[in-house]
Design a protein around this ligand. Sequence first.
Ligand code: NAP
Length: 248
Amino acid sequence: MYNPFSLKDKTIFITGASSGIGRAVAIECSKLGADVIISGRNPERLQETFDALEGHNNKQFLAELQNHEDVNSLIDQIPLLDGIVFCAGYTKTLPFQFINEDELNAIMRINFIAPTLIAQSLLKKKKIKNGASIVFISSISGMYISFYGNSMYSASKGAINGMVKGMALDLANKNIRVNTVTPGMIQSNIINTGIITEEQINADIKKYPLKRYGNPNEVAYAVIYLLSDATTWITGSNLLIDGGYTLT
Ligand SMILES: NC(=O)c1ccc[n+]([C@@H]2O[C@H](COP(=O)([O-])OP(=O)(O)OC[C@H]3O[C@@H](n4cnc5c(N)ncnc54)[C@H](OP(=O)(O)O)[C@@H]3O)[C@@H](O)[C@H]2O)c1
């Protein structure tokens, strides 16, 4: 059947696949025919994602992105790739007056430095095919706006958007495309950590022209668009997916 968004015969590596957006990306990629390599920290949740995948050539790896041994072992085991989606990330809410070096290092390490160095190592080890597509999950926080107490997270996401532009230039000679998907608020564990009250969430939802938060599948479809051969002329771009939030 004709489908320009098919991922058949592609091998895609997805970090943060044990939850939320990463899980949805993994499952939807497998439904579109990809072999999927997933990583996460929590073994039970990663297994749940793995069990929901279609096909028989999928692989799963546990890796804490702050742990160099885990990351090196992950890189060694990854096969030749047609696509990578860097979804793993976390947020820490602290007013700017209270941020400190340890917290700043942790958030930059997980959200920005680890995915950057993983991509570079995979390239050096020739595990990324010419013609591949790399997608980083950024956030409207950092690219367009921020939230109170969110300066460290915004910095880590803004860094991704900046780096992707230079990375796209440097990898264009290999025909490797590099893009970001930038979501507004998405229903997932990252917003269920108790840092935002239900009252605050309900008030915030009203600011969205489409009057709801997004869901992980809606981000997954944007990612699939960028992984697929439908976008072989898109690189260094940012795909905003925010229900109109940044219009207001
Ligand atoms: N939800 C939103 O509103 C929203 C909006 C814009 C952007 N984003 C971005 O979207 C991405 C996915 O977020 P989500 O909403 O799907 O969050 P989520 O449900 O909390 O999932 C986060 C994922 O990242 C993994 N992870 C976190 N810290 C890690 C570490 N130190 N080492 C390895 N893996 C780690 C988690 O692994 P375990 O579960 O195994 O620990 C999990 O798989 C993040 O980069 C986030 O910043 C989210």
